[in-house]
Write a protein that binds this ligand. Structure first.
Ligand code: PLP
Length: 369
């Protein structure tokens, strides 16, 4: 009764479980299995020794913006807005662009937070389903016809997508942005494991914004730092919407060190991609269908076998994965009683974790047959 109807109606975002026990292998929330660059830990130590914490942080995170603009070859630091994780920036962008009653558009299945943010805003959202066969975008994604043209205010596109790990090609994105009249936010949370990114499109088209996270590709999910790349006149407006001190002194310093160490990023990326390949091949050998992933996780479906029991057996053996059902979407199931659109998302762990996980799944399948 105290709350706005939008809030009472809300289910609330359900993050993946973060178990307290030791010995659990976490392959459920797409964290990076390796520790961050040594430069980050050196910086963290220095930060805690100095008496910086009595002061407010730099509201613009200037050190990070300067360094990132340089490394990413952007025209200047005014093309970057820093946030308390990429999620903070999704909130800022939604609040700044979408009024109650207006529309956001998102693909389905994808990242659940977009819908939650639209609902909190009192906005409407339009889900456009990926084609189940190959996770490509339907033409409707570029369609202007949401009630009236003016109502569509923001389009989200995670690329690579979650839970599939698949990508939409750059040419498709370029064309999409030219066809819609509102901003297009390319969520590149997983781009550090992909073959190409859309940063250069931001210069070409003011409607294109690119979102980045330090959580996955830089192993800093616990730190909370992300950034948005957009043309300066947009960044200027978003700055008005963010909390004055949305990034803290410690995370700004650590994120600056992390992005500086591009050698660490390259090596980490190589390891994850090699292990992803091993995981993908191993699952396919067992009859799972796995779309080619460019992220640090893979999406597994199976034409015959029910996946929930496998998920539960893995869990019992201390391997956490993510079981998801998109009951209104997906390839039709062939077995009676098997939910349609169900899948098992497995994050890429260390090589050893993935070898053991594959062995465990083999064992589970063997017993079941
Ligand atoms: C993880 C993730 C984010 C959030 O990243 P944070 O920087 O940890 O807030 C945003 N979008 C997608 C698609 C993600 O998977």
């Amino acid at each position: 009764m105290f709350f706005r109807p939008e809030i009472t109606a809300l289910q609330g975002y359900q993050p993946g479980e973060q178990p307290k026990e030791e010995g659990v292998v976490k392959l459920n929330t797409n964290e990076n299995p390796y520790p961050a660059s040594d430069m980050v830990y050196t910086t963290l130590k220095r930060q805690s020794e100095r008496k910086l914490l009595a002061r407010y942080p730099d509201p613009l995170a200037t050190s990070f913006r300067d360094r990132a603009a340089d490394i990413l070859d952007l025209p200047g630091p005014d093309w970057i807005l820093c946030g308390n994780g990429a999620d903070d920036l999704l909130t800022i962008v939604t609040r700044a662009l979408v009024s109650p009653g207006q529309y956001v558009r998102l693909p389905y299945p994808s990242y659940i937070l977009y819908e939650t943010l639209a609902r909190i805003q009192g906005a409407k959202y339009q889900e456009i389903q990926f084609r189940p066969a190959d996770w490509s975008l339907r033409e409707a994604f570029a369609d202007e016809a949401v009630e009236s043209l003016d109502d569509l205010r923001l389009v989200f596109l995670p690329n690579p997508n979650s839970p599939s790990g698949t990508v939409v090609g750059k040419e498709v994105i370029r064309k999409l942005a030219s066809e819609i009249s509102c901003p297009l936010l390319i969520d590149e949370a997983y781009v550090d494991f992909a073959e190409e990114d859309c940063l250069d499109l931001v210069r070409e088209n003011e409607k294109i914004m690119v979102l980045r996270s330090m959580s996955k590709g830089y192993s800093l999910a616990g730190l909370r730092f992300g950034f948005l790349v957009a043309q300066p006149h947009l960044i200027e407006q978003f700055l008005k919407v963010k909390d004055s001190y949305n990034c803290d002194t410690v995370s700004i310093a650590a994120a600056t060190s992390a992005i500086t160490d591009q050698q660490w990023r390259e090596e980490n990326r190589r390891k994850i991609i090699a292990t992803r390949q091993m995981l993908t091949e191993g699952m396919r050998e067992m009859g799972f269908e796995v779309p080619d992933s460019q992220a640090n996780f893979i999406w597994n479906t199976h034409p015959e076998i029910k996946l929930h029991p496998i998920f539960q057996m893995l869990r019992k053996n201390h391997y956490l994965t993510r079981y998801m059902v998109y009951s209104d979407w997906g390839p039709e199931s062939t077995i009676h009683g098997k939910p349609t659109g169900e899948g098992l998302r497995i994050s890429v762990g260390t090589e050893q974790q993935i070898e053991q996980c594959l062995a465990l799944i083999r064992k589970i399948l063997h017993k079941g047959n």
